[in-house]
Design a protein around this ligand. Structure first.
Ligand code: HEC
Length: 156
């Protein structure tokens, strides 16, 4: 009996420790929502997610025939948009290519292409959506959200 009484305080400490941990856990998971900065980031990524979703439809409609479903393109004929150093390093030129078409020599991942991509007749919003899709698919993670306003500004 004496032994059990001795154990009781220890048991209480262990139990209260556990419940403290639980409280910490719930406190830390709810914390980010209270910070205004994180809320802004959340909204932005929601906007980006929505744009990527729209962009996927456009890609599957208009781009997939040449750049393929996995974004790898067709060797020596159509350049890749997945893991493309050109897309990564030339965001404005890529936007312009999707807006107005592209021709002449370009080098993508060390391979020279000298072909043509016809203008596809997309609105600024559609260009932004499809850019956001290819920038954030197949392991690509290039830049922030592109808006139709930014696309409108890029004219040459
Ligand atoms: C008829 C085939 C064809 C279609 C359809 C097409 N492209 Fe292209 N695309 C090309 C070719 C060819 C080039 C390279 C042009 C050159 O050699 O100057 C290119 C270049 C590009 C580039 C820059 C180079 C790179 O690979 O990073 C991007 C970005 C791109 N296309 C995105 C798109 C998107 C997005 C769509 C759909 C909205 C699309 N393309 C539709 C053939 C196509």
């Amino acid at each position: 009996m004496k032994n059990i009484l001795k154990l009781l305080p220890i048991l209480c400490i262990v139990l209260s420790c556990n419940s403290d941990k639980k409280q910490e856990k719930t406190a830390s998971t709810s914390q980010p929502k209270e910070l205004s900065n994180d809320t802004a980031v959340d909204q932005k990524s929601d906007q980006l997610k929505a744009s990527i979703k729209e962009g996927k439809f456009i890609y599957n409609d208009l781009c997939i025939t040449c750049h393929m479903g996995n974004g790898e393109g067709v060797q020596r004929a159509f350049p890749p948009v997945a893991d493309s150093d050109y897309l990564k390093n030339n965001q404005e030129a890529s936007i312009l290519a999707i807006k107005n078409g592209m021709s002449g020599e370009i080098v993508v991942n060390g391979i020279t292409y000298n072909s043509a991509m016809a203008p596809l007749g997309l609105s600024n919003e559609e260009v932004a959506d499809v850019m956001n899709y290819i920038n954030h698919s197949w392991g690509n993670d290039y830049g922030d959200l592109i808006t139709p306003q930014e696309v409108a500004k890029i004219t040459e």
